[in-house]
Design a protein around this ligand. Structure first.
Ligand code: AMP
Ligand code: ZN
Length: 477
């Protein structure tokens, strides 16, 4: 079946092909680097990584641009508080963002575009809008006149026909009920950072940033534009208004929006203070692969409620797959090929692909893999699985991992190890059993100090030991 995406613009599942040749031209809104980004943001970036990898799996080339918003109200306020230039203030958070992204195995887009390197492109875009009569000035700032763009509202499916002409808004984020002429260029206030232009000193609004950079690198019409669902309005609606007013062409054919990560049923956000950064979770000892898996495992258009139980379950799922991979590589098998199991491997691939083609239904794709692992484990137990079936099963895992990328253990030590506090990564079942065996040996040789140390170490990692007459049993707390 063909690859389909849900398009926010048409509100339909549509078959996807790139417009030109075999390359997908894609733009995703990147981070605002005023702080460490949280794992809610990373849910959106992980979805975009899965999207990239699936497009590649389907044989497409990628031309993907992501912006980095390195000038905005929050950045200016925070930098001033710390007596820093905005460049100095944002440099550290930009670096941290890419370190975190690498820890989560997110591929780098083909172009990473910092806003402050593209002010000239934004100025040019505003001049084009002005020449076509879409703008007006007020107190040194330039605004987009939404009444001049009759399609305004087509992405968020709101009817804005009754809005008050001439009502303006200077902030970049606002509610649906508040549709108003938005700012393209903000007049300089006080000693804020600013750039000189023919229409006055100032700085760009957030929306023009993405229109100007997307079209600079990708041309007038993109194949895919993606972001979190909170960006549909006003940000993406405004991007459409600006870009299509300049070109007279559709700005993006597909619009993909990912739902939020929630925590205790509320959106995870900086302003609510209910967030974890990736660094927080690594310091607690969780592995980046477990976080990647958790973020990717729920289909992107469904809300994902973050819990530590869920994170631990994600780790156990990875362990199950790694154990299977190890078993595949190390089990002695009878020679020959079981045809029914060859067909079972092909079926697993078909089901995995069907799930991903269906608007990136990662839950279905994962279910196909776990059902397969269960079936093959049983076949190995029953001596049905044969030597020539081995590479077919390895191929299933390889295809799965080209998208999910969780099988290889992380080399990067948890952040806490760098900060001096003890690192306590989640242990694999096999590691726990090895420690228990070491403890048994220590007890046998009457090294009770070492035996107690091992019990304490396991306890610290939430693993409880119970000495029974049949030996040691363990469980996770
Ligand atoms: P920002 O740095 O605030 O511009 O956000 C970067 C990206 O993260 C945007 O695509 C947002 O839509 C997305 N985002 C913000 N909060 C969440 C959340 N709780 N869950 C998922 N995505 C989010
Ligand atoms: Zn954007």
């Amino acid at each position: 079946m063909a690859l389909r995406f849900y398009n926010t613009l048409t509100q339909e599942l549509e078959v996807f092909h790139p417009l030109h040749d075999n390359t997908v031209r894609m733009y995703t809104c990147g981070p605002t680097v005023y702080n460490f980004v949280h794992i809610g943001n990373f849910r959106t970036f992980t979805f975009q990584d899965i999207l990239r990898r699936w497009l590649r799996y389907r044989g497409y080339g990628l031309d993907h641009v992501m912006n980095v918003t390195d000038v905005d109200d929050k950045i200016i306020i925070n930098a001033a508080k710390e007596n820093k230039s905005i460049e100095d203030y944002t440099a550290g958070f930009t670096k941290a963002f890419f370190e975190d992204a690498a820890a989560l195995r997110l591929e780098q887009p083909e172009h990473v575009a910092p806003a402050t390197d593209h002010i000239g492109d934004m100025v040019k875009a505003i001049e084009e809008l002005a020449a076509k009569g879409y703008t007006y000035d007020s107190e040194g700032s330039t605004y987009f006149r939404i009444a001049a763009f009759p399609d305004y509202g087509k992405l968020s499916h709101n009817d804005f026909s009754g809005i008050r002409a001439g009502a303006r808004v200077d902030v970049d984020e606002y509610d649906k009920a508040d549709a108003r002429d938005f700012v393209l260029w903000k007049a300089k206030k006080g000693d804020e950072p600013s750039w000189p232009t023919p229409f006055g000193d100032g700085r760009p609004g957030w929306h023009i940033e993405c229109s100007a950079m997307a079209m600079k690198y990708l041309g007038q019409t993109l194949d895919i534009h993606a972001g979190g669902v909170d960006l549909v309005f006003p940000h993406h609606e405004n991007e459409i208004a600006q870009s299509e007013s300049i070109t007279g062409r559709p700005f993006s054919r597909f619009w993909l929006h990912s739902e939020h990560l929630h925590i205790e049923s509320q959106k995870m956000s900086k302003s609510l203070g209910n967030f974890y950064t990736l660094r927080d979770l690594l310091e607690m000892g969780y592995q980046p692969e477990a976080i990647r898996y958790l973020l990717a495992s729920v289909p992107y258009r469904k809300k994902l409620n973050f819990t530590f139980e869920g994170l631990k379950a994600a780790w156990r799922s990875i362990e199950r797959l790694r154990d299977f991979e190890l078993r595949l590589a190390s089990t002695k098998l009878p020679s020959g090929c079981n045809e029914a199991l060859s067909e079972r491997s092909r079926e697993a691939i078909r089901q995995f692909e069907a799930g991903m083609d269906d608007d990136l239904n990662t839950a279905e794709a994962l279910a196909a893999i776990f059902e397969y692992v269960r079936a093959i484990n049983t076949a190995i137990d029953e001596n049905q699985f044969q030597e020539d079936n081995r590479w077919e099963a390895a191929k299933v895992l390889e295809l799965f991992d080209s998208v999910f990328d969780v099988l290889k253990p992380s080399e990067r030590p948890p952040a806490s190890a760098e900060n001096g506090s003890p690192a306590s990564p989640l242990l694999a079942d096999t590691q726990i059993e090895a420690l228990i065996e070491e403890r048994n040996q220590a007890k046998k040789s009457r090294n009770f100090k070492r035996a107690d140390e091992i019990r304490a170490e396991l306890q610290e990692r939430d693993i409880l030991l119970e000495d029974t007459k049949d030996g040691v049993r363990w469980k996770r707390k």
